[in-house]
Design a protein around this ligand. Sequence first.
Ligand code: HEC
Length: 149
Amino acid sequence: MTTRLGAALIVAAACAAGCDEQLADVAGPTPNLTPTFSSIQREIFLTTDSAGRAACANCHNPNGSAFRQVGLDLSSEAAYGLLVGVPSRERPELLRVAPGDPDNSYLVHKIEGLAGIVGLRMPRSGPSFLTSGQIQIIRRWIERGAPRD
Ligand code: HEC
């Protein structure tokens, strides 16, 4: 972790919504990424970034391998309704996104590659995986209550 990222994470932890501008410092290969659903879908789910990470929607679309296996489409307007408050197929005791609780959101477990996940770390094509800054911004959206904006 770079010093700059470390500092930004401390700021993010210490601040409420007013400090979200600081997260721009950690967005790395997706400089326009902000902690909103529309930005996360546009910059992470739909986009292959400059660090070589594959777009999630390559597989998570209605015709893709991941949709057949776990029923998760990240490519369309259905994505929000398939993530927020919906039980994971792989670990049904966990929600894919538990509003306000990134530590108990299976989406976060899968992009961090936590012990206890079923299947592989996402993106399944990785490495490259998401950077710690990208993950921090997704966590922040969930902490904000995972709003649909
Ligand atoms: C190369 C294809 C591929 C890519 C790219 C990919 N996935 Fe997946 N994903 C899968 C497959 C296949 C599964 C089921 C098997 C597994 O978990 O390894 C899965 C499972 C998941 C699950 C578990 C769903 C559940 O209900 O338990 C989540 C969450 C997930 N992916 C999120 C993502 C995200 C976010 C990205 C992008 C950062 C991504 N995936 C990129 C193929 C992919």
